[in-house]
Ligand binder design. Structure first.
Ligand SMILES: C[S@@+](CC[C@H](N)C(=O)[O-])C[C@H]1O[C@@H](n2cnc3c(N)ncnc32)[C@H](O)[C@@H]1O
Length: 258
């Protein structure tokens, strides 16, 4: 994979960041639960004092956790300034600290009871190194909860390729390999299937663009702009009504200390 985190940072800046919260406008409807993160977090949050979210985007999850419990210190690390500046910290009840940097550069004198990566690890260049770093910031009874697209995610459209996957999907075997030399073990893995209904190819392509997947296919390089131009030029053709279904399969992985 030939990209670096500054390529990823530029993709999640500008108009992608600005319209991040409207990205679902391209989806007609969804069958299944597309956000199991809160139920997963609820299992651990009552005894947690420190909460870290890596790649917290526009802070939606941080806000949900904030309204769930009191007496928790929240930290968000996010390398896109355009995402971070949409978070209004005055709306939070608990203390919150936002750090505008990559997780690769992040250092902390604190340990965390819950560390979250929601839809982030598949955008990370060196997954093993990041997990190693997070393992060092985990309290003895702490958990790392990861939500990631797995091999079933859009597999009927773009076949999964374990060695060089254009969407960066992560299956269970890969996850076990990333943590094999780390002081971490799997506490739980949940596979969740959701099915999204799109009413045209145009909406499907624009959804891929709005979540950064179109850019990922082009290794986050600016060549994706040609693809976007093509989609725009042929908008009328791609907008022809033809309803189709896409599997969005995710894994929720809970890691704990060995
Ligand atoms: C697909 S978005 C998910 C955002 C948010 N977690 C959500 O679910 O809405 C990925 C986010 O992770 C951030 N990100 C990707 N790689 C990162 C890294 N190495 N360090 C910090 N943030 C990163 C991106 O800037 C982007 O905001």
């Amino acid at each position: 994979m030939s990209f670096n985190s500054s390529d990823v940072q530029s993709v999640f800046s500008g108009n992608i960041a600005e319209s991040w919260e409207q990205k679902s406008r391209y989806i007609g409807s969804i069958d299944g639960n597309d956000n199991m993160m809160i139920p997963m977090i609820k299992k651990y949050v009552t005894s947690a004092k420190k909460f870290l979210e890596v790649g917290c985007g526009t802070g939606k999850l941080l806000k949900q956790v904030d309204s769930l419990v009191d007496n928790i210190t929240l930290t968000g690390v996010e390398m896109s300034r355009d995402m971070l500046q949409q978070i209004d910290i005055s709306e939070f009840n608990n203390p919150i600290r936002l750090i505008n940097d990559s997780i690769e550069n992040f250092t902390s004198s604190e340990m965390y009871d819950i560390i979250i990566m929601k839809q982030v690890l598949h955008h990370v260049v060196s997954r093993k190194l990041v997990l190693e770093k997070l393992s060092k910031y985990l309290t003895p009874t702490g958990v790392i909860i990861i939500m990631t697209p797995n091999e079933g995610y859009q597999n009927s459209i773009i076949p999964f390729n374990r060695e060089k996957d254009v969407l960066g999907r992560i299956n269970d075997a890969m996850m076990l390999e990333y943590i094999s030399d780390l002081p971490l073990q799997v506490e739980e893995i949940k596979h969740v299937n959701t099915i999204a209904r799109f009413s045209s190819l145009y909406e499907y392509f624009m959804f891929l663009y709005s979540i950064g997947s179109l850019q990922k296919i082009f290794n986050y390089r600016e060549e994706y702009e040609y693809a976007l131009e093509l989609i725009t030029v042929f908008k009328r053709l791609f907008s022809k009504k033809s309803q189709f279904l896409v599997d969005f399969d995710y894994s929720y992985i809970v890691l704990e200390n060995k």
